[in-house]
Design a binder for this molecule. Structure first.
Ligand SMILES: Nc1nc2c(ncn2[C@@H]2O[C@H](COP(=O)(O)OP(=O)(O)OP(=O)(O)O)[C@@H](O)[C@H]2O)c(=O)[nH]1
Ligand SMILES: [Mg+2]
Length: 419
């Protein structure tokens, strides 16, 4: 609220400008993040409020926005309604999750021909406040990695209905292929299906962009288990050295990817070259602490055992994930004890007598109306009364048995019921 003050205008009119809008909160997808771990540790974010308006009809400045980074593939849902708020798949994609409140109107707006010196101004609209659920979508449960020509696409074609291109030269696969695998042993009740991703072969330097690897490593970043395929038959190379080299690339690209659970798959066991070197490879892999399988993808030899073990490992990992998530939810609930909110129509409200002489009115719109009214302003309070009457709030409070002198609470504002 402000009045014009100038030397030759002793009775200057109202000239208080509007307040600035509060900052808003956005989520933005970025390539730089891989997990949502940051949001485990910090869960509350508040954008800056706008600044007040000033004389000479000056608007207040807008509050600073907050932009929160999340990895690509993040799904954002409303914490109460579970409604989808955003599905951020592309780098740089952005969604607003909480809008800053509009600034209140300055008294310049409240002048009329009969009210030339309005002492009324409006408080700012409260900003939006909400809980959100963030979830990072996996691309596949299982990722296939290994040198070109190791037989990754062959394995995918054998265990799923996918038909990737297979050929006897490196870099046959140019795009990731996905297949659904029926895992486990249904008759024991532990069967379920999972998604397997086949990516182009990796070579030394893949983490730095050599070959096709780099672009595709990001796809397997979001898998739960890796099957690491090794070609046991290629006499010009050492299978164990190949295995170590690929693991170095994975680690170089992303420390976490290097730690991902791996099953080692020594392929082409139908060929004598592979059989010959198998005992040595097996010994080294087991000594290094890996579960290792000798299979022939092409001859479908010992593939079932590998898939059963993959399925078992996945089950175990998902059970752990579920347990961790449940523990997290419980500790979140403990930290944020409070009333459970229910979605309601904007105009809906409830009146509750909480004790003798104290009533609580709750409802999105009614609370907002009250909080935007300056209780010091008689004119503002008059206007509020008309609005409450119109919405039926006054009647509801009366029906709840209010008496003169009782307290009526609207969120943080308490009003005394008068004549
Ligand atoms: N003998 C034998 N050959 C196999 C086996 N598995 C795959 N091959 C052959 O190995 C070659 C490469 O197989 P792919 O499945 O295309 O290998 P890949 O790992 O997907 O290769 P890239 O896509 O180039 O990385 C093909 O000629 C396959 O027929 C196997 O178990 N035994
Ligand atoms: Mg392939």
């Amino acid at each position: 609220m402000h009045f014009r003050r100038e030397k030759y205008y002793p009775l200057g009119g109202p000239d208080g400008g509007d307040g600035g809008r509060g900052g808003s909160i956005y989520f933005e997808a970025t390539i730089d993040l891989n997990t949502l771990i940051d949001y485990r540790y910090r869960q509350q974010f508040k954008a800056e409020p706008g600044t007040p308006g000033a004389g000479q009809k000056m608007h207040g400045a807008k509050g600073e926005d907050i932009i929160l980074s999340v990895p690509c593939g993040t799904i954002i849902r409303d914490g109460e309604t579970k409604e989808l708020v955003g599905d951020l798949t592309e780098i740089g994609q952005r969604v607003m999750v909480a809008r800053g409140g509009r600034g209140g109107l300055g008294n310049v707006h409240f002048a009329t021909s009969t009210r030339q010196a309005p002492k009324e101004s409006q408080k700012g609209e409260p900003g939006e406040e909400r809980w959100l659920l963030l979830e990072l979508r996996l691309i596949a449960d299982v990722g296939l990695v290994g040198y070109p020509n190791a037989g990754k696409s062959t394995l995918l074609s054998v265990v799923s209905a996918a038909h990737p291109k297979i050929a006897d030269y490196p870099f046959t696969t140019l795009e990731p292929n996905l297949g659904v695998v029926e895992g486990g042993q249904p008759r024991y009740g532990d069967g379920y299906s999972f998604v397997m991703a086949d990516i182009p072969g990796l070579i030394e330097g893949a983490a730095q962009g050599v070959g096709l690897g780099h672009e595709f490593l990001r796809h397997i970043r979001r898998t739960r288990v890796l099957l690491h395929l090794v070609d046991g038959s290629a006499l010009d190379r050492d299978p164990w050295e190949d295995f170590l080299a690929i693991n170095r690339e994975l680690r170089d690209y992303d420390e976490e990817l290097g730690q991902r659970p791996q099953l080692v798959v020594y392929n082409k066991m139908d060929l004598p070259e592979a059989q010959e070197r198998w005992p040595d490879f097996k010994k080294k892999a087991e000594a290094a602490g890996y579960r290792v399988f000798g299979i022939s993808a092409a001859a479908h030899q010992d593939v079932d055992e590998l898939i059963n073990e993959t399925s078992r490992l996945l089950n175990e990992i998902m059970r752990d994930e579920a347990e961790r998530a449940a523990t997290q939810v419980i500790s979140d609930l403990r930290e944020n004890e409070g009333p459970v909110l229910r979605p309601q129509a904007a105009d809906a409200f409830t009146v509750l007598k909480v004790e003798d002489g104290v009533f609580v009115v709750s409802g999105k719109r009614v609370e907002r109306m009250v909080s935007m009214t300056d209780p010091e302003s008689e004119e503002g309070m008059d206007r509020l009364q008309v609005q409450l009457e119109k919405m039926g709030v006054t009647k509801a409070i009366e029906e709840a048995g209010v008496k003169v002198g009782d307290v009526v609470r609207f969120n943080k504002t308490e009003l005394i019921w008068g004549e």
